[in-house]
Design a protein around this ligand. Sequence first.
Ligand code: GDP
Length: 195
Amino acid sequence: LFVGEVEFLKGVVAMDGLPPDDRVEVCFAGRSNVGKSSLINALTGRKGLARASNTPGRTQEINYFTLADSHFLVDLPGYGFANAPLAKVKEWQALLKQYLAGRVGLRRAFVLIDFRHGVKAVDEEIMSLLDGSAVTFQCVLTKADKVKAADRDRVLAQVREKLAKHPAAFPEIVTTSSETGDGIPTLRAIIAGLA
Ligand code: GDP
């Protein structure tokens, strides 16, 4: 599903740059370095499609990709840079809020969480924003190949506990590894199933 049917459409820095709201849309959010670019590349089967880790301070673009002729895949800028200037953070939050409120086609947000680290405060801020915008979100745990067996259940329990506090959270968690391909077909099927 969708493999090889992806094209980069455009990078958007303001609401008036968004493409027509005429497709099923999913977006991906996550802390910088969570593995978002790797996941998008694994999902679409295109190495180097999504570029890694935007540097803080740089213009943060919302990157639009088309999947076949039915979906938009949206790569939101990474958040949670340790030393990002506050003005940039505010700017990004404002754009994100407008984006989340303004897209009829947006069916689901995927919030990426590093399986080794669990949900952090900045992740919860995004989850609260999604609650406020009434955008259903699903948690995707990344780098499953790197989590120690002894940590798995503890992190999963922490994530479940956090999700329970967010009305917009979809209860099922997807665990993935871009390295081994674990969970990638599942995530593809979820996206393809959103109509
Ligand atoms: P982004 O900043 O969220 O786009 O993160 P990247 O996709 O650039 O990944 C950050 C780092 O984590 C890179 O060094 C990747 O090679 C590594 N990485 C990403 N996904 C995985 C994974 O599933 N397994 C492992 N072992 N490393 C990963």
